[in-house]
Design a protein around this ligand. Sequence first.
Ligand SMILES: Nc1ncnc2c1ncn2[C@@H]1O[C@H](COP(=O)(O)OP(=O)(O)OP(=O)(O)O)[C@@H](O)[C@H]1O
Length: 270
Amino acid sequence: MREVFKFYGYEFRWLEVLDLLIVVFLVIQLYRLLRGSLAFNIFVGLLMIYAAFFMVRALRMPILTNILQNFINVGLIAIIIIFQPEIRKFLLVLGKKTPLSKDSFLTKLFLPDKFKSYKDEENIINEIITAVGRMMGTHTGALIVVATTYRLKFDTASSIPIDANVSAKLIESIFNKHSPLHDGALIIVGSKMLAAKVILPVSENPDLPTRVGLRHRSAVGITEHSDNLAIIVSEERGTVSYAQDGNLTQDVSLEDLKVKLYEVLIDGYA
Ligand SMILES: Nc1ncnc2c1ncn2[C@@H]1O[C@H](COP(=O)(O)OP(=O)(O)OP(=O)(O)O)[C@@H](O)[C@H]1O
């Protein structure tokens, strides 16, 4: 392809410009994905090593160039191992944005399933909202994971399997302070409540507000590497919050929670 323009004496081709723009886009996406996690510091460290490599190479310093080049070569495997969860999440996000993803225009156009009635999902949402509303009123602490896939991995050793239809009354009785099942999380997948008393991974995100306790931290933890929504009712304050994609949104209204549940269960995860 012919060069397109000259800049400070350098000639650029369209593909080179596109190449640079794609790299910048990917770096920004990575930055947004890793922001707030421990992996972020590793990411910054790696960027610095790359910057140093390009600098010493431009300055024609052969020994340092060689050392850094070797480090980068070996580092690639290390990166894949260290960032395995982040790479997985990154690919998950990319997959969602493809023309064939659940909420894309093409899918809506060609898959009539998109236009079916969502009575079951609406019923599940109403049951959850009813239970959450009542538990807020009674300051009953609760943690509910609404998973979008049966592939959700959770600690089955500590949990109690349930396998019942989603029901407000059942959710309330699970989290009742006197219930033996109230400690831990309730997992909902599709129209089923799968298990209660589930111990979730606790987030190590240092950016979470210091006042949030283990219930909120574990809600964030379970959403860091998978497509789930975790709903938390605070026992202390009687408020409701939710975690998604490793981010905590605190003190939302029931209306906001309902909108979020619609996004996750009906519109396809936004
Ligand atoms: N890893 C975990 N997985 C699931 N649930 C957990 C986990 N750790 C703690 N919990 C639940 O959170 C409860 C303790 O909540 P804690 O007071 O520490 O959190 P919090 O975020 O301040 O919530 P609250 O606002 O309700 O007090 C425990 O009794 C247990 O039910």
